[in-house]
Design a protein. Structure first.
Length: 304
């Protein structure tokens, strides 16, 4: 048994599972405290490291891609303070931290745990039922139904549609984006039927986030739903829609690949014209920025 106790939290390892209990001190991030205790199976771990520092060091646990629905939802956007797999270690406990790292690394070698992507979620996600209020609404999830309720900050058109209830079977994917600078964030549930092209402010299946403290808790709601959807690397997983940023980074992907025999030149021409119209609609709806629209449009024009 390896164990390290700090004000920031407590980590224990029994050879099979790393148990992470967040500290209750004032400086411990709200997200970590709300998540509570986590039990990370060894097979979900890709690596562990200790980073020494002048006043304190950091113990970091690296999970396999796709093993944790929370990390899948966050996609690297959690700040260090909110990362549940990071522990601040006082300098006089550096030796204990290094021993902890050695124990986990030895177990990984003995068990021959692969460090590549996982094809299923190895952590269960946040505890249900779950309810989080932030931005212009509140999301509640009980494992079967996602309910969205609005508050006084909700745009009038979206509020007039009333509270929303989505069955889990209706949901194709979940998108969470924290606020950054002057840009608002959002939590969006993409449905299997025709998804809306409206910005989060007007989307009845999205909650707009304004950059307040509880915004990061919406990542928990995203993770809870993702944990119960088909894994993106598993069989039967729905094809994910590219995000606007991904579309701009890889504009060729915006043009659907033809199935079967290559279409005639005229059909290609019509498809590209349709794609240009779609890009224009996305831009007008505010889903694509000016830069993303320009990059994607140029990529399509090169195919004429």
């Amino acid at each position: 048994m390896a164990e390290i106790l700090q004000k920031d939290g407590t980590w224990t390892f029994d050879g099979d599972t790393i148990r992470i209990v967040p500290g209750r001190e004032r400086g411990v991030h709200l997200l970590r405290q709300t998540l509570g205790e986590l039990a990370v199976p060894l097979r979900a771990v890709a690596g562990i490291s200790y980073e020494p520092g002048r006043k304190h060091g950091r113990l970091r646990l690296r999970l396999r891609d796709g093993a944790d629905p929370l990390l899948q939802a966050a996609r690297g956007r959690l700040p260090d303070a909110a990362d549940p797999y990071r522990l601040t270690v006082e300098s006089d406990r550096a030796g204990v931290a290094e021993y902890f790292v050695d124990e986990v690394r030895n177990a990984l070698l003995l068990e021959q745990v692969p460090d590549g992507p996982a094809d299923r979620y190895l952590l269960p996600g946040p505890t249900l039922p779950l309810s989080v209020g932030a931005g212009d609404g509140t999301v509640t999830f009980d494992g079967e139904w996602i309910r969205l309720e609005w508050n006084w900050m909700t745009e009038e058109g979206k509020k007039s549609a009333g509270p929303q209830a989505l069955a889990l079977a209706e949901v194709r994917s979940v998108e969470w984006l924290p606020s950054a600078g002057l840009e608002n964030g959002y939590l969006r549930f993409v449905v299997l039927r025709e998804p809306t092209k409206a910005p989060p402010k007007h989307d009845p299946h999205a909650i707009e986030l304004y950059g307040f403290k509880k915004d990061l808790l919406m990542a928990m709601a995203a993770a809870a739903v993702l944990a119960r959807l088909p894994h993106p690397a598993g069989a039967g997983a729905p094809t994910a829609l590219p995000s606007p940023a991904e579309a701009a980074a890889a504009p060729a992907a915006l043009v659907p690949a033809p199935a079967g025999p290559a279409p005639a030149a005229a059909s290609d021409h019509d498809a590209l014209l349709r794609r240009l119209r779609e890009l224009g609609e996305l831009h007008q709806a505010g889903i694509l920025t000016e830069e993303e629209f320009t990059a994607a449009k140029q990529a399509v024009l090169k195919r004429f």
